[in-house]
Design a protein around this ligand. Structure first.
Ligand code: URA
Length: 219
């Protein structure tokens, strides 16, 4: 199957998915959108009110700020792929629950494998939690790690910066570093044919919180 076909199939599957209770209140599933050949994939938390209506990720206030952040990094939405850890809206925008995250995991993993991005930017703690069990965002935001042969960069969720103005500049600075990090990720992937070996920290027992992120980042 081509990447496009896989992404289409995932979108169709999420539209009819009943793997967790979120489908009861779903209007539209939000599988994600963007370039099937994206070098960077952004993974948020889950659809909010507007996303549930439109079936598209990050179309509300957090999405407007995300567009601004992408522009800071010289990126357009069409170039990247944007999705969430859960594809259906948690009622009232509550946190996604463990069983919902688990139920939705195969969709995200299929999308990642199909797109094969050089860099994944996690937006917020639930997305970060897909890759690291115990990272603290305040300590590791903007610092790259490697998992499954790609660079993972944890970032604050754009909505957090909207609620906490002191984070706004922090998030903007992290995004501004993205072009340089993508270039580094691509160079590392090019010069390491064994991508599976680019997995330098995350299987270790303690994960990034107990280690120095710079030491773990292979640079
Ligand atoms: N917040 C998210 O995490 N994802 C969206 O799609 C919208 C808001």
């Amino acid at each position: 199957m081509t990447t496009e076909e896989i992404l289409k199939e995932v979108a169709q599957q999420t539209a009819g998915c009943t793997r967790c209770d979120l489908h009861y209140s779903r209007n539209k599933s939000v599988p994600g959108t963007g370039n099937p050949r994206a070098e960077i994939m952004f993974i948020g938390e889950g659809p909010g009110f507007h996303e549930n209506v439109q079936g598209l990720p990050f179309v509300g206030a957090a999405g407007q700020f995300l567009d601004e952040l992408l522009a800071d990094a010289g990126l357009k939405r069409e170039e990247v792929f944007i999705t969430n850890v859960v594809k259906c809206r948690p009622p009232g925008n509550r946190d996604p629950q463990a069983e919902e995250l688990d139920a939705c995991k195969p969709y995200l993993e299929r999308q990642i494998a199909a797109i094969n991005p050089d860099v994944i930017v996690t937006l917020g703690r639930f997305s970060m939690g897909h890759f690291f069990n115990n990272g603290k965002i305040s300590g590791i935001h903007g610092k790259p790690f490697w998992s499954g042969g790609r660079m993972i960069i944890p970032m604050y969720h754009p909505a957090a910066a909207l609620h906490q103005p002191s984070l706004r500049e922090v998030v903007k600075q992290d995004f501004a570093k993205l072009p340089e990090m993508v270039a580094r990720a691509q160079e590392t992937r090019r010069s390491n044919p064994d991508l599976a070996a680019l997995n330098n920290s995350l299987e270790e027992d303690n994960g990034p919180e107990d280690n120095n992120a710079e030491q773990l980042s292979l640079f």
